[in-house]
Write a protein that binds this ligand. Structure first.
Ligand SMILES: *Cc1c(COP(=O)(O)O)cnc(C)c1O
Length: 449
């Protein structure tokens, strides 16, 4: 975007010392030619030159409005308010989720706290599903009370229980679907119907809103706005970033919420860095469908293999016939082409009489090459962890299962590493029986809490 040159200063530039010229660089550059770049340039400027005080005033006045992709270019002032690379990513995320606007944040948690913090006032209430990502649970359980906010925990698939709990003060129904880590689904269509009914009597600024954290499915596997949600949240750190190199978060929301979210982000300061926005936009989004399709292909193989393993008590994967909410999964989890998209996440429980889950993941950490013991998910690498003692250790709602995030490795390698680890830590059948008969050997007893 060519800036009108201040030709008089350019003519005098040679009169300035090299030191000064190195500080200021070219006064004008025709090299910033965005419209012909194949890959967008990475902007990394904390502040922006203003031609006049009027331009600065205009920038502040217009801040909070939707940045358009056509017409006059916006007035950028300071990175924490708005900047081009992040703004282009936000346009892409809004579009892929089918939303009106998007505001990105420094992390998924910054996006979640920002969306809730800019919507709720002291005295307001939210109703959240009992199982949530551990830090979201901690935000609701530990920080909400300090801020005068209330978060009730109700099974959001139990509509009568929700209806009973909703009061004048309730503003938000908060959920993940699929839930991290149990992979349970919430019926969004049913919840939408209930909200519409309850909203009939409410003023526009007090309407009940459905917030969904769509991190597990990604927009590739589910577009919640089309299923009835009002606001979509993401940790861009996971499959949207995809390579495990950037932290980020996003809120996709109606236009009416945009100004308040931007003002909140400006004042609380949790902005996504332009460099991370660039990487997510240039590497993450273009490869999203490709990665997810490959990961799903492998996830189905791994889930099926685990389900047939004698030491595995239960496997939860939306793509299995045994998945309890099979019909709902086929309605809600659809990719861009309308095909079933069961995702790349698995949750499974080992038979504690045969294998201790902690010993199993320790063996993976010791011996596996294609599977890594680490939190996070949606990576190019397959990651395994124990939610109860790691990602969800802030509360006791999750069982003693194992969470597996499938990456891009060859499926047979993942299976071979899982098989080897299961074999290495399996208790001999007779030995495990003997131990159960003689509980006097405490040091060898399964140490699940
Ligand atoms: C990881 C995660 C978050 C938090 O995202 P960060 O980018 O780590 O802050 C929120 N929700 C879900 C479902 C997650 O998996």
């Amino acid at each position: 975007m060519p800036v009108k040159a201040r030709s008089d200063i350019m003519a005098r530039k040679q009169q300035y010392k090299v030191t000064t010229r190195l500080v200021h660089g070219p006064e004008h550059s025709a090299k910033w030619d965005f419209s012909h770049h194949v890959t967008p340039p990475l902007s990394s400027s904390t502040t922006y030159r203003l031609d006049s005080a009027k331009r600065g005033a205009r920038g502040f006045q217009e801040f909070g409005q939707l940045v358009k992709d056509f017409g006059e270019s916006p007035v950028y002032i300071y990175d924490r308010l708005d900047e081009p690379t992040r703004s282009i990513l936000e346009g892409e995320l809004a579009e892929v989720e089918g939303g009106e606007a998007c505001v990105t944040f420094a992390s998924g948690m910054a996006a979640i706290s920002g969306a809730l913090g800019s919507t709720l006032r002291a005295g307001d209430e939210a109703i959240a599903h009992p199982v949530l990502y551990g830090c979201t649970h901690s935000l609701l359980a530990n920080w909400f009370p300090r801020l005068g906010l209330v978060a009730h925990r109700v099974n959001l698939n139990d509509l009568e229980a929700v209806r009973k709990k909703v009061s004048e003060r309730t503003r938000v129904l908060y959920l993940e679907s699929p839930v991290n880590p149990t992979l349970e689904l919430i019926d969004l269509g049913a919840l939408r119907k209930l909200c519409d009914e309850l909203n009939r009597e409410r003023a526009p600024e007090r309407k009940l809103l459905i917030f969904i954290d769509n991190t597990f499915a990604t927009p590739f596997g589910q577009r919640p706005l089309s299923l009835g949600a009002d606001v979509v949240l993401h940790s861009l750190t996971k499959n949207l970033g995809g390579f495990g190199t950037e932290l980020g978060g996003a809120v996709i929301c109606p236009k009416a919420m945009l100004a308040s979210l931007l003002l909140y982000r400006k004042d609380f300061g949790g902005i996504l860095s332009a460099k991370s926005a660039w990487a997510i936009m240039v590497y993450g989004l273009p490869t999203l469908a490709l990665r997810l399709k490959r990961q799903q292909f492998t996830a189905k193989k791994v889930a099926t293999w685990l389900e047939n393993h004698e030491a595995v008590a239960r496997v939860v994967y939306p793509g299995l016939e045994s998945y309890p909410q099979r019909a709902l999964a086929r309605k809600q989890l659809l990719d861009f082409d309308g095909d079933f998209a069961p995702g790349n996440m698995l949750y499974f429980e080992l038979d504690p009489a045969r294998i201790d889950a902690e010993e199993f993941v320790d063996e993976i950490a010791r011996s596996a090459y294609s599977v890594t013991l680490a939190v996070s998910l949606g990576h190019t690498k397959t990651l395994i962890e124990l939610p109860a003692s790691m990602t969800h250790s802030s509360y006791g709602e999750v069982g003693a299962g194992v969470r597996l995030s499938i990456g891009l490795e060859s499926p047979s390698d993942i299976l071979a590493d899982l098989k080897a680890a299961l074999e290495a830590v399996s208790k001999p059948k007779s030995a495990s029986k003997r131990r159960r008969e003689k509980p006097a050997a405490p040091s060898k007893a399964p140490n699940r809490k």
